[in-house]
Design a protein around this ligand. Structure first.
Ligand code: SF4
Ligand code: SF4
Length: 428
């Protein structure tokens, strides 16, 4: 394995800052597609009045997840807006807030005492109807991920609390402030997977979260909390599997085929909210960090325009705004873009910081090759992509890229290696 590059963190202020509830937006901009899989279609039209938690877009397909209204009000427009999940504009439903906070009928729920006797199909249906997707960034529908075939027994559930992204602290605050809810969520996931061994994986540097997790999980069956040293790259599901269980993912195989499921803590929190409290996924915790005086964590409604969050926090000097992590995230093309189910963080880089990333010519230093955690040749893939030779990129295993961004991070020429490898990966 390559020597894993250490990425310095900038979390000291945000990790100690309790989650703050951000006010509901005046106009929510709810992207109809925030998941990977089938394309949702709107279930509402302009002029319709909607309630908090009402399903507003869905599709009948196996790999899918609906979206819900985060506020009550009137649908005023259906139009395209920049979608950070896909990095291009897609359809969104604009809802004008009526301030009434009218709630839709909650999802079907179960009591905690009923978990053992509840059929897996019923739990998966609640998770699906709640619109839950991987909130660590992948956006894969959770009800599909957890519907593991009966002939593929799961030996380990790794609860991913590593949060390696250097500015992100949302998961850390969830582990500190929603610890008991995580225990409830893990019980649901463990039941769905046939009661495998659970390892709650986090970093020893999360000094407030670790004892809380240890205390909360100490009486859970076949469960341990492992607070260890992990590099940024080991927050990736496959890399974590290798670090904790000792075996690497096999190219082309899903992790469940190797007996492991890795599930992020934010997603597990959402599962508990849905199954026991009837709440669809209409809000999430996102870190607000970067070159700003008061980094913090916000509980924000999905569909809140990023511009509204920046304005409310008096942030005006942004050279660029990156959502979803400094390493793996996306630089926004417009601040009109809304928070999505995958927006783990909103990072504001000042103009000087953004300018420092200007690319120059490759100096053939080889750093990108030695830094790639899965032993790809980022510079060779980059050269293939800029020549439009996607066949060659495929032969160079671009499709195995875990999009960690380390190659771009170490490149002294500031070449956009990771985004080009990602382009090749997405073209396969
Ligand atoms: S982004 Fe892909 S190519 Fe670059 S270091 Fe990470 S895994 Fe390797
Ligand atoms: S790290 Fe950058 S400069 Fe060095 S070989 Fe790779 S692409 Fe070229």
């Amino acid at each position: 394995m390559a020597n894993l590059v250490h990425i310095p963190e900038q979390k000291e202020v945000a990790r100690k800052t309790p989650i703050e509830i951000f006010p509901d937006p005046k106009i929510a901009v709810v992207l109809t597609n925030q998941q990977s899989g089938a394309t949702n279609v709107p279930l509402v039209k302009v002029g319709d009045v909607v309630s908090i938690g009402q399903k507003i877009a869905d599709v009948q397909a196996k790999v899918s997840a609906p979206v819900h209204s985060p506020i009550s009000g009137t649908v005023i427009k259906i139009d395209n807006v920049y979608n950070s999940c896909f990095e291009y504009p897609t359809e969104a439903i604009y809802i004008e807030n009526d301030g009434k906070k009218t709630k839709a009928k909650p999802l079907n729920t179960i009591k905690e005492s009923e978990l053992a006797s509840t059929k897996n199909e019923e739990l998966l249906k609640i998770i699906r109807e709640a619109g839950i997707v991987g909130m660590g960034g992948a956006g894969f529908p959770t009800s599909v991920k957890l519907a593991v075939p009966a002939d593929k027994p799961i030996k380990h559930l790794l609860v991913n609390g590593a949060e390696g992204e250097p500015y992100d602290t949302a998961d850390e605050r969830v582990m500190i402030e929603r610890t008991a809810n995580l225990v409830r969520g893990v019980r649901v996931v463990r039941k769905l997977l046939g009661n495998p061994k659970v390892i709650v994986v986090t970093k020893e540097s999360k000094v407030e979260a670790v004892p809380k997790l240890q205390e909360a999980f100490k009486n859970e069956p076949d469960t341990e909390v492992r607070a260890t040293h992990l590099t940024y790259q080991q927050g990736d599901a496959g890399m974590m599997q290798k670090a904790i269980l000792g075996y690497e993912p096999i190219a082309g195989k899903r992790s469940y085929e190797m007996g492991t499921i890795v599930q992020n803590v934010a997603t597990i929190n959402a599962i508990a909210n849905a199954v026991f409290d009837g709440e669809p996924l209409i809000s999430r915790v996102a870190a607000l960090n970067g070159d700003i005086p008061t980094p913090k964590n916000l509980m924000v409604k999905i569909g809140t325009p990023i511009s509204e969050i920046l304005k409310a926090n008096s942030i005006t000097d942004c050279g660029s705004v990156v959502v979803g992590g400094m390493m793996m995230g996306v630089q926004l093309a417009t601040l009109d873009a809304p928070v999505t189910k995958r927006t783990s963080s909103i990072l504001c880089l000042n103009k000087a910081h953004a300018k420092a990333r200007k690319p120059t010519a490759c100096i053939h230093c080889g750093r990108c090759v030695s830094a790639c955690p899965i032993r790809l040749q980022p510079v060779a893939i980059y050269n293939a992509v800029i020549k439009g030779d996607f066949k060659k990129a495929e032969k160079l295993w671009a499709q195995d890229c875990i999009m960690c961004g380390t190659c771009s991070y170490v490149c002294p020429a500031n070449l956009p290696l990771a985004s080009n490898v990602k382009m090749a990966r997405n073209s396969q």
